[in-house]
Design a protein around this ligand. Structure first.
Ligand code: PLP
Length: 323
């Protein structure tokens, strides 16, 4: 049923090979002891711009023709996609405009400006920022590159799934942070095409899990956007969702929801045991293992999706705060 094929993932991987890093897969002794099986961390926190989103953004920009490149790109983003698109665009000599809601943390806004993009702040939700980006796209002809619901973005994220299969051929369980579902869809397309028996887990926070609510309802629905430690997982999936809702429904074996205390534990574990600075969204896989939510049948790969946490917030969480 899907309009994105394994071949698209292979081509995306080649297209962006010189633009993104192949990130390391690191063994976690402490999580392996806990889970009773080998646990590996796929460190997209070490991707350029600090998250996996560079993969999808780079692929989307690279697929524009010369005329569209000349008109530039525009997007709305909770931060990491905007940062990735700003970097991908400047790497490829293209102008970028990034629309953000007021809820996006200051460190992310600053980082996007420093990457050379123009930042437009609009409204109090991801949906408001998205409307602004669409308006700019209509009026200036810039290509709108959404954070997740786009075949080129999904195919780019899928390159991460291909790396997992090569780095850990005997993987049994793949744990993926889940928000709009671009990361999940791309990774799961790669995994399931290789072996349907590998189990895919989507992991979200309890506070404002739009994909979970939509899967329950059987169609994309809106949820109230709430502040959460996993701020990169905030925002809706879009009522007009075209790709990621159907792909997630088709390819997700288990979906898990975490409370804030659990996400905080994941961040603390990453720092103390793995020596990693990770943001809340990236800590959910570790947190799900710590909570005993996964019953692994064999080797586990945890996608650690990004590191862009506000440093003061990181210190507060390390000192015991949940939010
Ligand atoms: C965007 C993002 C996610 C979620 O990706 P989706 O494609 O929206 O599901 C997870 N972690 C981090 C760090 C992100 O930036």
């Amino acid at each position: 049923m899907s309009s994105i094929h394994f071949d698209d993932l292979l081509q995306a991987r080649q297209r962006i090979a010189g633009l993104v890093r192949q990130t390391p897969l690191e063994h976690s002794p402490s999580l392996s002891r806990l889970a009773g099986v080998p646990v590996w961390l796929k460190l997209e926190s070490q991707q350029a711009t600090g998250s996996f989103k560079l993969r999808g953004a780079s692929n989307a920009v690279a697929q524009l023709d010369a005329e569209r490149k000349r008109l530039g790109v525009v997007t709305a983003s909770t931060g990491n996609h905007g940062r990735a698109l700003a970097f991908a665009a400047s790497q490829q000599g293209v102008k970028a405009i990034v629309c953000l809601s007021e809820l996006v943390p200051q460190n992310k806004v600053r980082a996007i400006r420093e990457l050379g993009a123009e930042v437009v702040i609009s409204g109090r939700s991801q949906d408001d920022a998205q409307l602004e980006a669409l308006r700019i796209s209509r009026e200036q002809g810039a290509a709108f590159i959404p954070p997740f619901d786009h075949p080129h973005v999904i195919a780019g994220q899928g390159s991460l799934g291909l790396e997992i299969l090569e780095q850990c051929p005997d993987v049994c369980e793949v744990l993926v942070p889940l928000s709009g579902g671009g990361l999940f869809a791309g990774v799961a397309l790669a995994i399931k095409a290789s072996s349907p028996a590998i189990r895919t887990h989507g992991i979200s926070m309890q506070r404002g899990a739009a994909m979970h609510a939509s899967l329950q309802a059987g169609e994309p629905v809106e949820v109230e956007e709430l502040s959460t430690l996993a701020d990169s997982l905030g925002g809706g999936i879009g009522l007009e969702n075209r790709y990621t809702f159907a792909l997630t429904r088709e390819l997700c074996d288990q979906l898990h929801l975490l409370d804030e205390a659990s996400i905080a534990r994941g961040i603390r574990h990453a720092y103390r045991e793995e020596r990693l600075v990770v943001e809340g969204a990236a800590a959910v896989g570790i947190a799900a293992l710590l909570d005993g939510l996964i019953e692994p049948r064999g080797p586990v790969v945890v996608v650690v999706s990004g590191r862009n946490i506000d440093i003061d917030q990181h210190l507060r969480v390390l000192n015991g705060a949940d939010a």
